[in-house]
Design a protein around this ligand. Structure first.
Ligand code: ATP
Length: 300
């Protein structure tokens, strides 16, 4: 896979505050990457540096191996809070964005119409932006970012401000765009990343703390535990005592760390059967995406 973007030791310091520190990663062409972190983690700062809007304090960004690409033509950028002129129509705004990104004037109108159809604003393209709902504005924001068919799309929290319907519409558009271009988008919701991602970059306090595929991250942080619910406290205690594996008891429930103890549910079920203990249920519990988020980006 061709390397589209190479980010080396990128840092941005405001006064003494390190908004982004020593960030290194690559984006392969045609992949989708989610930049994940809580508020203030440095997502916007990182995306702004890649979009050429913030000058890095140190480090380098190479686009197709070049340090100074034609950013306007090569990159599409959707800011976290896109601003529009309320008196302009969606078509005028998108046409203007196309011209600013280097599309020839006559072609700009054609591309703007095509893009607005694509984002589902075909019927509203002549309406003033001031009358648009939040979801429509976000789709217009997406239109201005893609109208010039950029090689790289940078999206800052593209669905955070939307209600579930708007969120679904924009996620579906992003999934279609994923077929055509390379995408880097930020989010603080890991479930969003699950829908559309080849690579996850976790930021904590400006530092890239984890980088990998969702599968890798799940495996690393799954923390599988076998949970057994007994009929009574006595039976739970009896099991804990005779269990060859270290187990923790909380009233009628016993938990075993499956990885640490090297045990699976079949062995546990076999023991329960052999000892004739009555249980309500046995389950293998793994960390949810939100648990993983908390563990990776919130813990010290
Ligand atoms: P959010 O999810 O809230 O948008 P974020 O991950 O995008 O957060 P950034 O906006 O990149 O985080 O901010 C990272 C840190 O840098 C924050 O502590 C923020 O206050 C600080 N910061 C960002 N921009 C500036 C600035 N222009 N001047 C001073 N500090 C800044």
């Amino acid at each position: 896979m061709t390397n589209l973007l190479q980010v080396n030791s990128l840092s941005k310091t405001y006064g003494t505050h390190r908004a982004a520190h020593d960030i290194t990663f690559e984006l392969a062409e045609g992949t989708s990457t989610a930049l994940i972190g809580p508020n203030g983690a440095g997502k916007t700062t990182t995306l702004s540096m890649l979009a050429g809007l913030v000058t890095p304090t140190s480090g380098s960004i190479l686009f197709r191996g070049q340090p100074k690409p034609d950013i306007r033509a090569s990159i599409g950028y959707l800011p976290q809070y896109p601003k529009f002129f309320p008196w302009m129509s969606a078509l005028e705004f998108t046409e203007m964005a196309a011209i600013l990104s280097g599309v020839e004037k006559r072609q700009a109108l054609i591309e703007a119409k095509k893009t607005l159809e694509f984002v589902g604003l075909g019927d509203a393209m002549k309406k003033r932006v001031g009358t648009f709902s939040g979801g429509m504005k976000q789709r217009l924001g997406l239109a201005q970012a893609i109208v010039h068919e950029p090689e790289l799309l940078l999206l800052d929290e593209p669905v955070s401000a939307l209600d579930p319907v708007g969120r679904r519409q924009v996620m579906n558009l992003l999934k279609e765009l994923q077929q055509k271009t390379t995408i880097l988008y930020s989010t603080h919701i890991l479930n969003d990343a699950e829908e559309m991602t080849d690579q996850l970059l976790f930021l904590r306090k400006g530092i890239l703390v984890e980088n990998g595929s969702l599968d890798d991250i799940r495996k690393k942080y799954a923390n599988p535990r076998i949970l057994i619910d007994f009929e009574s406290n006595e039976e739970a205690e009896k099991f804990k005592e005779l269990s060859p594996w270290t187990a923790e008891r909380e009233k009628k429930q016993v938990a075993i760390d499956a990885v640490k103890e090297g045990v699976g549910t079949p062995e546990v079920l076999a023991l329960l059967n052999a000892e004739n203990l009555t249980i309500r249920k046995v389950e293998l519990q793994t960390a949810s995406l939100e648990d993983i988020f908390m563990k990776v980006v919130m813990e010290e």
